[in-house]
Design a protein around this ligand. Sequence first.
Ligand code: ADP
Ligand code: MG
Length: 432
Amino acid sequence: MLDRLRRVVPAPSFDTWFADTHAIGMQGGVLQIGVVSDFAREALTAQYYPAISEALTSVVGRRQEFELLVHRQQETGAPAQAMPPSQSVTAPHARPVLAPHYTFANFVVGRSNRLAHAAAVAVSEQPSQSPNPLFIYGGVGLGKTHLLHAIAHVTGPRLRTIYVSAETYTNEFVTALREHSMEQFREKYRNVDILLIDDIQFISRGEQTQEEFFHTFDALYTRNKQIVINSDVSPKLLTLLEERLRSRFEWGLTVDISAPDVETRLAILRSKAERDELRVPEEVLLLIAHRVQDNIRQLEGALNRIAALARLQREPITRELAVDALNAITSTPRTAVPMPSVILDAVAQVTNIPVDALTSKRREKQVAYARHLAMYLLRDVAHQSYAQIGRILGGRDHTTVLHGFRRIDRLLETDPDVRRDLTEIRAAMAAR
Ligand code: ADP
Ligand code: MG
């Protein structure tokens, strides 16, 4: 479990919270996990419960209950080890705390993250000539931390770079207050070329911490040093932060990362399969991409789980095996894949183009557009192959369907009418 968690939890948090956890044993079917202090137990419960649960499920292969207990590892009366000091190290030493594979090369770009990726690349290449601060926000598991590490990988070797989670920053500040070492604390954070702050929503609500962060920010900003901030919500919604901080966050560039579309999900799965040297049939990739839609960490977890099951059973990865593995992890089964006919009916209802026109040879603009919407949805929602979609739509070939899909995919980026049509069609589908 720890091995898995190490891959998904940022290194400083991992070292702080997980390094000293250990298995105590099973008690009435419940796995007991020992942690070193009440404080650690609370932090783990508040922030990492889902991650622990996910890691456990993927190791055990089914849902497994667990509880966190404050427990000393040696029962010989030795006091529990003090928690290790929180870590965030200035480059070049900063490198070890970065996940080695969180690089730009391993980051798959799609519509959902294109802007954030472009901005991160720009910052890594020309910090201080890029918008400052760069503020990236988006839901859990969508690649925000990955991008911050990727920037640090680029800048770390030549510029003073600090990557730190807001939580660690807070802990260090509190320690510095207690130990009267504010000088060093300030020295550290105010003398960098790039400060990368992860999960700003976890900065303490305490006035003092926010005050200090405000000054860190200003010290860097006025000297034209680059700041990059990640958050799970936009600056406007960071209501626990002081207004003056929030407004500063909007001085530069704010970009969001949204849930990846099906093509991006597929590309991420392919790239991961390749990196892990797994042989995964295309239909299995499609199946995973369909079942796990809004969290890339879970997307990767699903593939890990399938690969683990295949290894365990000494079988190749097949569709059947994948279905079993996925059923075990998605405890609430996803709503069934809509039938193609449901999609066509919904398209017809919203566009006023009858189904038999969609499957006909008619080529008027409106008909072609509605047909392209159908192609897009048959791919995105019903995960049909391009060839299957061609058959469903009256015997069109694979490249025609691909063209239609791409057209809508492109339009989605620029045309609000298309977005609205798709939203209405999805709603119509749900209502059936
Ligand atoms: P967040 O910080 O937004 O919660 P992470 O950066 O930790 O998310 O990403 C979760 C996982 O998904 C990581 O393993 C990361 O490498 C992977 N991931 C996220 N986005 C991409 C992407 N665009 N391409 C490849 N892997 C990605
Ligand atoms: Mg993160």
